[in-house]
Design a protein around this ligand. Sequence first.
Ligand SMILES: Nc1nc2c(ncn2[C@@H]2O[C@H](COP(=O)(O)OP(=O)(O)O)[C@@H](O)[C@H]2O)c(=O)[nH]1
Ligand SMILES: [Mg+2]
Length: 327
Amino acid sequence: MDLDINKLVTQILQGSRIGLSRSITLLESTRADHRKLSEDLLSTLLPKTGRAIRVAISGPPGVGKSSFIEALGMRLVGQGKKIAVLAIDPSSPITGGSILGDKARMEELSKSELSFIRPTPSSGVLGGVARHTRETLLLCEAAGFDVVLIETVGIGQSEIMAASMTDIFVQLHQPFSGDELQGIKKGVMELADLIIVTKADGDALTAAEIAKNELEQAVMLTRTAEHGIPSVLLTSAHKNTGIAAVWTSILSFVEQQKASGSHSQKRRAQSRQWLNQEISTELLALLNSQARFEELLKITQQRVETSGEHCSRAARNLILSLLAPCP
Ligand SMILES: Nc1nc2c(ncn2[C@@H]2O[C@H](COP(=O)(O)OP(=O)(O)O)[C@@H](O)[C@H]2O)c(=O)[nH]1
Ligand SMILES: [Mg+2]
């Protein structure tokens, strides 16, 4: 690996995709010396970050996320914009299938000089994935990407993670005929800033229109105007319809947030949240690095199991005895 940080900085600022890939490999490395270098790299580049529109694209497997990103990405690339696509899919390191699927689905976009596509980081730990994705996003911004799309599967933690690093959360739904709404209602209400019904073409067009109406009614009932009521739009990636309207809607959402101050507020809240997560991660790493950690952990585990010691007290005592200066 080429570890000349100054060279990497120059390459990234020039928008080099090779420099970008090398830097991402560096920040995904678990070696302590690599970690330090990637922190140096990020610190140097930090003043050059923050300018992209950050968009989360979420929905269950097969809903059409990658196909939608291909259609939107090609449109933006056609306008001369640089597009980065990052993926958070906790299942992909296990199955491997979705990475192959995504590459095939984003075939044209991946060939464009103006695009950069990166699958989910290989680290299995969700906390690690979050850190890598955030840091990759910052590198992409320093490299001059105008839009960063984060594709994520619509399940629990990975969805929340994507929302915690983006300006707008776009939720994709399949066309459906009515009964399925109950199950998805809650998820729709909490995170979505914009809702899309995909595959609005051919035989599915009527079901897509029904789904749009149902979703519109659902958001009216459960979201207050104060928190914003998301629009519901129809798209077809195959027929390339509705894509321009989605982009207009994303831009106007972000513009409104900027005008009201919520955009910078949201980003500040996101960095505070990131800091809190890093404190937990770093603390755990610090504990792990103590020579007596394994031994004390085993003893504490036994105490909790056999003598019923309260976990939170046992955890605190473990931490204090590891971090307290030796007498
Ligand atoms: N009819 C139709 N099928 C689509 C459309 N978009 C995606 N699909 C199909 O839906 C399947 C899943 O698409 P994909 O983009 O990989 O979904 P993802 O798992 O959410 O990324 C594929 O078989 C696509 O061909 C669309 O606009 N219309
Ligand atoms: Mg996909």
